[in-house]
Ligand binder design. Structure first.
Ligand SMILES: [Mg+2]
Ligand SMILES: [Zn+2]
Length: 200
């Protein structure tokens, strides 16, 4: 069985850019390569799960998504932080054009991309995590049945702030942890793994 870190892409791995699809607009967030390397060295597989409705809307073709993912790995692999698998949802239920207008199973918060990962990995859900900067990421992880982290990059800090302003109590939050950055998230994962191991 594999322990897997499911990662959102935009706002989590790279700077949030509206409908990112060009290599020259890709900015990997600070500390991301180090965070991924820490997790890989601890034995986790790294799987990106990303909604890419820009394809559905006709803003760019699927080939752009695939080329960008290849490029992300050209940047990360030399740093010991290569992504093991990428999965993307090119659909949208309302705004999609042609074959991409679809009530699919893969668009987060649904769990289709996680199930695609099961075709290539034996996922140990009880020791796997989903990290992202939106509610749909947290919900997808919960729907699938893994631990979840809301990360403060991208939209995450704004979501967190609104929650705190609404007087939401820490223990009633829908995610397992909030982390300012992916490095912070990686540290929380490794710490909780260490703690659960010492409890066994
Ligand atoms: Mg995102
Ligand atoms: Zn889809």
């Amino acid at each position: 069985m594999e322990r897997v870190i499911f990662l959102d892409r935009d706002g989590t791995l790279n700077e949030e850019v509206h409908y990112l699809h060009r290599k020259e607009d890709l900015k990997i967030l600070e500390g991301v390569p180090e965070a991924i390397r820490m997790l890989k060295e601890a034995g986790y597989k790294i799987v990106v799960v990303t909604n890419q409705a820009g394809v559905a809307r006709g803003y760019f073709p699927e080939s752009d998504v695939q080329e960008l993912h290849q490029y992300i790995n050209e940047c990360l692999s030399p740093l010991g932080a290569g992504i093991d698998y990428f999965f993307y949802c090119p659909h949208h239920p309302v705004c999609g054009q042609g074959i991409y207008k679809k009530e699919c199973r893969c668009r987060k918060p649904d769990t289709g991309m996680f199930e695609m990962a099961e075709q290539v990995l034996q996922v140990d859900k009880s020791r796997s995590w989903m990290i992202g900067d939106k509610w749909s990421d947290v919900e997808a992880g919960k729907n699938y049945g893994v631990y979840t982290i809301l990360v403060g990059t991208g939209y995450g800090s704004q979501i967190r702030k609104e929650q705190m302003e609404n007087g939401c109590e820490e223990r009633s939050l829908p995610y397992d942890f909030y982390a300012e950055t992916l490095i912070d998230a990686a540290c929380k994962i490794l710490k909780s793994e260490y703690e659960s191991r010492s409890l066994r």
